[in-house]
Design a binder for this molecule. Structure first.
Ligand code: GUN
Length: 280
């Protein structure tokens, strides 16, 4: 038998804690945490993500400001807005929704975010702190996964942990957090040879490659913990992960579903980072 890791429930209880802290702040005369989200252009998936972030902020009592800029926005205009928000005392967190339109360089823009307001933890300074294991902003998706493992009493210490995917947003920081938690970590990617051999070693398998139902039962060890970061549509247009849940789940001890696994945790970690910023 396998246990489904319930990201919705775990997320709801963490959001309740955040909401309580916001209320305590209000009661003691402190201002509410503020998050500014900048979205450039009309990417439909980004529109949904930004709406969800706004809703989550309102739910816990944060100030939420959304800045919608047209596709043709120039880098200097975007940077000017970031700099204005850096100086804005009502704003604790600044998030530039990615991907940006092709003519804009996301690295150049992120470099202008005050590292103390970089709630995505994408700025070079914060990436360095993650690498060193210093306290600070947590990378949202990997940190959400660590919270899920904690909620289900799954310790990475001494375990074989395999991360598929080496993105700056998920794969690389995930590997770091698992390493800091004393896991034995392997990062696999599109050039990895004999991928199934590598993934079958995993006690904890984190999959973040963006390919629908890519991980099949033959790639998973009996009793493994499988964490699915994917968010894809299958041939029927139904939301699915990077893991073929139907075939893989029976081999697992724990598995995250899509939707309702990692997804809800990511925004919760963003809220946590914004609160952390306000408190510090
Ligand atoms: N686009 C997809 N995921 C993310 C994220 O975590 N942060 C930002 N800023 N953009 C994204």
């Amino acid at each position: 038998m396998y246990t489904i890791i319930d990201g919705k429930a775990t997320s709801a209880s963490l959001r309740e804690e955040i909401k309580n802290t916001v209320n305590e702040r209000k009661a003691s005369g402190k201002r509410v945490p503020g998050l500014a989200v900048i979205i450039v252009g009309e990417d439909p998936a980004s529109q949904v993500y930004v709406r969800n972030k706004h809703k989550a902020c309102e739910e816990v009592g944060f100030l939420s400001r959304i800045y919608r800029l047209p596709t043709e926005t120039q880098e200097n205009e975007l940077v000017a807005l970031v700099q204005e928000l850096n100086r804005d005392d009502a704003i604790d967190g600044i998030l530039v929704q990615l991907p940006l339109p092709k003519h804009l360089d996301d690295k150049a823009v992120i470099a202008h975010i005050d590292p103390a307001k970089d709630v995505d933890a994408f700025h070079t300074f914060n990436v360095g702190k993650i690498m060193l294991g210093e306290p600070g902003f947590a990378p949202c998706t990997p940190a959400g996964i660590m919270e899920l493992l904690k909620a289900y009493d799954i310790s990475p210490a001494g375990k074989e942990c395999v991360v598929i995917g080496r993105s700056n947003i998920v794969g690389k920081p995930m590997a770091m957090l698992l390493l800091h938690a004393n896991g034995t970590v392997t990062v696999a990617h599109s050039r990895t040879q004999n991928l199934s051999e590598v993934t079958r070693r995993a006690d904890i398998l984190v999959v973040a490659i963006g390919k629908a139902k890519f991980v099949t039962a033959d790639m998973v060890k009996d009793g493994a913990v499988v964490i699915d970061v994917g968010m894809n549509r299958d041939n029927a247009g139904k939301l699915c992960g990077d893991v073929d849940f139907e075939s893989v789940a029976p081999k697992c001890s724990f598995i995250t579903p899509v939707p309702g696994g990692v997804g809800p945790m990511t925004i919760t970690m963003l809220l946590k980072n914004t609160l952390f910023s306000a408190e510090n």
